[in-house]
Design a protein around this ligand. Structure first.
Ligand SMILES: NC(=O)c1ccc[n+]([C@@H]2O[C@H](COP(=O)([O-])OP(=O)(O)OC[C@H]3O[C@@H](n4cnc5c(N)ncnc54)[C@H](OP(=O)(O)O)[C@@H]3O)[C@@H](O)[C@H]2O)c1
Length: 462
């Protein structure tokens, strides 16, 4: 700890000066935090590869450096804010090295970078322990929602059963627009980009990669489960078509939400990221736009009849402002000498008592949407294939589609068929496993009546 801190000044260094970095600089350099902390906070160095492009460069050029070591090795810096962002593996490894180097040099680290923690969390937490430093990551999940602190501290006496929710604002915005305005995925995505919700390259959001990284951190703090990206079953929202909202709404009294889910069943954690059919009565169905909603179900505070208790956290899921508030929440805690808390995965996995259920074992009721070339006997043939995998059909849903709707499907999927030849319908399934569905769909998709890759989604159940 620097001498300055003993005198009441805590010195900060920043790695990264993008959307979040500049929002944090605004908070610190504009004096907006005056009176919020018993210590004075001073930003002394900011690493970026392109200082001259940065907002605060003209006023404070000496603040900026193009060498990350001038932040990690700075003798006076107490806390390093790692606000870098990349999906590139080599870049993530270099970000990991900066964080570990900061620990080695005696600094605590606050990060908003969920990708580096999801990818390299084990090494980073182990380095934090080895060098006796703090790592805070509230801004990695749920934007401005203080979910990590709530799980690690406020709810730590609960026996966690599940943690799940809407954790990617871009996906939620796109799905909300598709439902409201019947827009295609592409049109809703373009709108999200125009409004600044989605990145120029939005694949990390729409493929579920961003939600997976967040789920890894949530499951880590909730259950102590530490897994790497790729281990969790993941589906994005690209396959969803406005027609799915029609079926979900008119036949299922449901909508579609992109959820990240982790549930504990006697030490086996069932975790997945996927669009899910959610009944309107579930609170998540009403969460629209870029808002995030995270649900925690616990047991210990339940009554004598063994009732579960549900906690809901709702708030702005992303954006420079809310994320900067979360980053500074961590900084203020550390600056005031609070240690422990959300410094890492804390649950039973640390003693090896929970493990990830394989993706094939994940069990749910399912929604299966087909677009076929209309002919007799299709439902019977599909039923037989499903039955062959031990899957029971719950219902068959068929809507009357206007000629325009069918022409829209033909255009969207670039089908060479007339509207009168195209038949969309849905089959819902009783409880089955992902492994069973994958096997059945693999057979069904090769049938000559299939015009469009079947879309299958889990249906929500508590
Ligand atoms: N934006 C949000 O709403 C939000 C919310 C929660 C968490 N986060 C996370 O916070 C982090 C920052 O997000 P952001 O929105 O500020 O991203 P951003 O605007 O894209 O900024 C990324 C920063 O990382 C730096 N960077 C990227 N690749 C690099 C590389 N290979 N080597 C060195 N520096 C590199 C950039 O450097 P230059 O300055 O040189 O261009 C920039 O300073 C990300 O991990 C993101 O996932 C963002």
């Amino acid at each position: 700890m620097s001498k300055a801190r003993d005198k009441g000044v805590v010195k900060l260094g920043m790695l990264g000066s993008g959307v979040v970095g500049e929002a944090v600089q605004d908070l610190i350099l504009s004096g907006a935090l005056k009176g919020k902390c018993s210590k004075e906070l001073e930003l002394v160095k900011v690493f970026t590869r392109s200082p001259a492009k940065k907002k605060w460069y003209a006023k404070q050029p000496s603040l900026f450096t193009t060498r990350p070591e001038e932040v990690t090795d700075h003798p006076e810096i107490d806390i390093v804010l790692e606000l870098l962002g990349s999906q590139d593996e080599a870049a993530l490894f270099s970000f990991r090295d900066h964080i570990i180097r900061a620990f080695q040099k005696g600094k605590s680290v606050v990060t908003s970078d969920k990708a580096v923690l999801a990818k390299c969390g084990k090494e980073i937490w182990s380095a934090a322990r080895q060098y006796g430093r703090e790592l805070r990551f509230e801004a990695c999940v749920g934007g401005g929602i203080p979910i990590i602190r709530s799980l690690a501290e406020g709810l730590s006496a609960e026996e966690p059963e599940s943690i799940y929710g809407i954790v990617n604002g871009t996906c939620n915005y796109i799905l909300s627009e598709m439902k409201k305005g019947g827009k295609s995925f592409g049109a809703a995505l373009r709108e999200a980009q125009e409004r600044g919700y989605a990145e120029t390259n939005p694949e990390a959001d729409t493929s579920g990669q961003d939600a997976e990284a967040k789920l890894i951190l949530l499951a880590g703090v909730t259950f102590g489960l530490l897994v790497e990206p790729g281990a969790i079953y993941r589906k994005g929202i690209e396959q969803i078509h406005p027609i799915d909202f029609l079926y979900a709404d008119r036949k299922g009294s449901s909508t579609i939400k992109h959820l990240a889910v982790a549930r504990n069943s006697r030490g086996r954690i069932s975790a997945f990221v996927s669009p899910v059919l959610v009944p309107y009565r579930h609170f998540s169905a009403s969460i629209d736009g870029s808002t995030n909603a995270i649900f925690f179900k616990g047991k210990r505070s339940g009554d004598a009849n063994g009732r579960d208790w549900n906690y809901v956290f709702v708030g702005p899921g992303a954006g420079g402002g809310p994320t900067a508030v979360a980053v500074m929440g961590d900084v203020l805690e550390l600056a005031q000498g609070r240690s422990g808390g959300s410094s890492g995965p804390v649950g039973p996995a640390m003693s090896g008592s929970v493990s990830l259920q394989s993706e094939k074992e994940i069990s749910a009721g399912f929604y299966l949407r087909f677009v076929v070339r209309d002919q007799t006997g299709i439902v019977a043939e599909i039923s037989q294939i499903l039955g062959g995998q031990g899957i029971h059909i719950s219902e068959v849903w068929q809507l009357h589609h206007s000629r325009d709707e069918l022409a829209g499907l033909i255009e969207h999927y670039k089908l060479s068929a007339k509207p009168s030849e195209v038949l969309p319908f849905v089959i819902t399934l009783e409880q089955a496993t992902v492994g069973q569905i994958q096997k059945a769909v693999e057979i069904i998709r090769r049938k000559n009546f299939i015009l469009v890759e079947p879309v299958w989604l889990p249906m929500w159940s508590e």
